[in-house]
Design a protein around this ligand. Sequence first.
Ligand code: NAD
Length: 480
Amino acid sequence: MLHIQNYVNGYLIPPQSGRYLDNMEPATGQVYGQIPDSGPADVAAAVAAAEAALPAWRALPAEERGRLLVKIADLIDAKLERLAQAESQDNGKPLSLARVMDIPRAASNFHFFGTAAEHFATEAHLQEGIALNYTVRHPIGVVGCISPWNLPLYLFTWKIAPALAVGCCVVAKPSEITPATAFMLSELCIEAGLPPGVLNIIHGTGPSCGQAIVEHPGIKAISFTGGTTTGRHLARTAAPLFKKLSLELGGKNPNLIFADCDLATAVATSIRSSFANQGQICLCGSRIFIERPVYEAFKAEFLRQLKAQVVGDPLEAATTQGALVSQAHLQKVLAYIKLAHEEGGRLLAGGRRVSVPGRCADGYFLEPTVFENLPPNCRTNQEEIFGPVVTLTPFDTEEEVLAWANSTDYGLSATIWTTNLTRAHRLAQSLHSGIVWVNTWLHRDLRTPFGGMKNSGVGREGGLEALRFFTEAQNVCVKL
Ligand code: NAD
């Protein structure tokens, strides 16, 4: 039984209430651990520890802060296999995916921001002979980092690392659905010698523990990744307190396939962009628009390659599709499949819950699912499903597909498949998406701005954007 504790002021401690919540293993549907049911008192203790640690941490040279972060990165690398197994058990994702994506990326996050801290420079503006303005970027103070369940350690560290790098102290909360690797990170921080109070990790539910973080007056900025509805609620709470907010929210991303594309690569990558992590990546392209001359060819090859997907025990090497994260989420995705039928969708593949024999008999497995014949404006094509469900839709003109691509309330990412370079650039400019991939998907460079337009969020993470977010800019004007 995994027994998770909070990490406050350098110690692993129980919640003040003494209460714990069950942690489920999605592949088996069984309780396999317990997590603290923390509340405002635990958050207050964490904020007090962070405030106490702040003066020394921000005074440390960036190089020394960076060295500690790189040490944490190295420890993550050294424990890759254990962390990958924990992520797979906690989330239901294939172990093979956690090994190559989640855990290596968590290490990269610490390494990238650990080394970036040293190169983070400020600007100066000279009015020749008149005045010199220079900008100082102070760490904003104690910050809150709240993350979701789909890429647990990956997204948790994506927020924490830049905050620590610039000299902030952190009170962080992972999703209560996937707390295991965040707990293991607290053990690694102790092992790395991170000073007590610099990072505090509190476990618990959103309404109790997350809400307390957002409301606490000692927390100056909130970096949040999660659903759009939660983000809206957070913004409502934080705005009157004048907290800085970074919101990375939901998506309903279009995947545009033009007739002149390299169809083999487009199909193979579209299988990944549709179903990787059981479709539970905010960047998955769930609306696939295909230019009519290649519609049938794309569909045939897509359905052929889909047959190679193996739904099964996440720990098995052959598995490509693990379990959905929870019973509630499985029910939500199944409800959308029902809706797609009601809206007139023609089912091309999947659509049903899968029973995996053996230890996974009660797990939350679902077939990768493909529909066609659904209008771009129906609910299936407008609302975020966040599961292994995609739609195929033919289009005739660039104008038509652009209008459809931009027709949702979301604007996180888009993918364009074409060999026409002019069209690729032209379309990229017109898409209302924070991220546009051309002839690739989920290709990441940690220096680039990451985030969404419209209801997909406010602000950008990544590179300098993330470092700046966790600072307060101050201009000093010197008369010459
Ligand atoms: P969620 O909004 O339910 O929860 C996210 C986090 O917020 C959890 O830690 C939760 O406990 C916490 N929370 C809930 N209520 C809160 C409150 N009142 N105050 C403070 N914290 C609260 O999201 P989820 O179901 O865990 O994640 C799935 C969603 O995340 C999807 O919509 C997905 O698109 C989105 N997502 C976005 C990105 C991105 O980068 N834009 C990345 C991954 C996931």
